[in-house]
Design a binder for this molecule. Structure first.
Ligand code: KG4
Ligand code: ZN
Length: 320
């Protein structure tokens, strides 16, 4: 039994995952409302809130699973990338639990976690496959060869896809976090109403900074009419981002001869993206955005560090 913690951004999460991939509990306390008034995550506030939430969230996960710390065999935790102060809360908590119970600790890379969201029961995906990882911090195409081994085929040169959704939502006055809000509003809009070109960069990379500027220009030109056209703007903007993601993912799959495309990360929750890739493997919605079940899943394929060596582990902010 693995007890997993995830605190890399603004979700405080704890899960209990069995070695066979069954999720016994998956508790996520989102801080989104706390950060909404600032229009984005404030790192210092996130760290402090993680401190307040982490113990109750762990308790709730254990209660949900009907387990106690005595049933846990190893502790898994996101080591990075993410907000350094936020990561440290999870890492220190994991060290404290592991140390007090004499358990090994498994440091997990957050991106491995997103990929591993596909390996959980009841429908675990088997590598190899082409994986599009699209979240608030990352946009990557991965040639996943084994459960813990992949090659990066392409990534974003500037904004991540989720970041583009969030910035677009802010321009449209939809607040933070914006991806889900655009998704919802776009259902009432015409995706062909506006043309927002997404730059096609070389190789299998992405660029999303230009599309945000086209939206800004459209909003400025519309002036007072923006209110009446908000749903059309959202639908067209979403269409542009989704088309870029789908085209590049299909191109990458063709290049490596992958039979299967999978999509993970917060943006994988987007309904238009899900509809545009009907044959793709998609993680269930609650496993797309940040959670600890995916960290527990990744821990099944990562190296455990024995006690007390893990006490020297540090968190890292940037992708390795
Ligand atoms: O994976 P995630 O929870 O956190 C990171 O690791 O970044 O992804 C969060 C991102 C945010 O940018 C959010 O706006 C986006 O995922 N997102 C969505 C949707 N739900 C969340 N983007 C588009 N459509 C959605 N339905
Ligand atoms: Zn994430």
């Amino acid at each position: 039994m693995i007890l997993a913690l995830e605190t890399s951004c603004d979700e405080t999460a704890c899960a209990l995952v069995a070695d066979d991939g069954r999720v016994r509990a998956n508790i996520v306390a989102s801080q989104a409302e706390l950060h909404a008034r600032y229009g984005g995550v404030v790192p210092e506030i996130a760290s402090r809130r993680h401190l307040e939430l982490v113990a109750p969230v762990i308790r709730e996960a254990l209660d949900t699973a009907g387990l106690s710390l005595d049933d846990v065999d190893r502790v898994a935790v996101t080591q990075g990338p993410g907000l350094i102060g936020a990561l440290l809360v999870g890492l220190q908590t994991a060290k404290a639990i592991a140390w007090s119970k004499g358990l090994p600790l498994v440091p997990v890379d957050h991106l491995h976690g997103h990929v591993a969201s596909l390996f959980l029961e009841p429908e675990p995906l088997e590598p190899p496959f082409l994986c599009l990882l699209a979240s608030g911090g990352h946009t990557m195409l991965l040639d996943v060869q084994e459960h813990a081994r992949w090659e990066v085929l392409g990534s974003t040169l500037d904004d991540a896809a989720g970041e583009a959704f969030d910035k677009g939502a802010r321009l449209l006055g939809l607040g933070y976090p914006g991806g889900a809000a655009i998704d919802k509003l776009a259902r009432d809009g015409d995706a062909e109403a506006f043309s927002f070109p997404v730059a096609r960069v070389g190789g299998l990379d992405f660029s999303f900074s230009g599309v945000k500027t086209s939206l800004l220009n459209a909003v400025r030109e519309l002036g007072d009419e923006v209110d009446a056209r908000r749903a059309d703007l959202a639908a067209s903007y979403q269409h542009a981002i989704v088309r870029a993601l789908v085209e590049r993912a299909e191109e990458a799959a063709a290049r490596i001869g992958a039979e299967r495309i999978a999509v993970v990360g917060g943006v994988a929750a987007n309904s238009k993206l899900r509809a545009s890739l009907p044959t793709a493997a998609l993680a269930p919605l609650e496993l797309c955005t940040d959670n600890a079940a995916m960290i527990g899943s990744a821990a099944r394929y990562a190296q455990a560090v024995p006690s007390p060596r893990y006490l020297a582990l540090d968190a890292y902010a940037n992708a390795r």
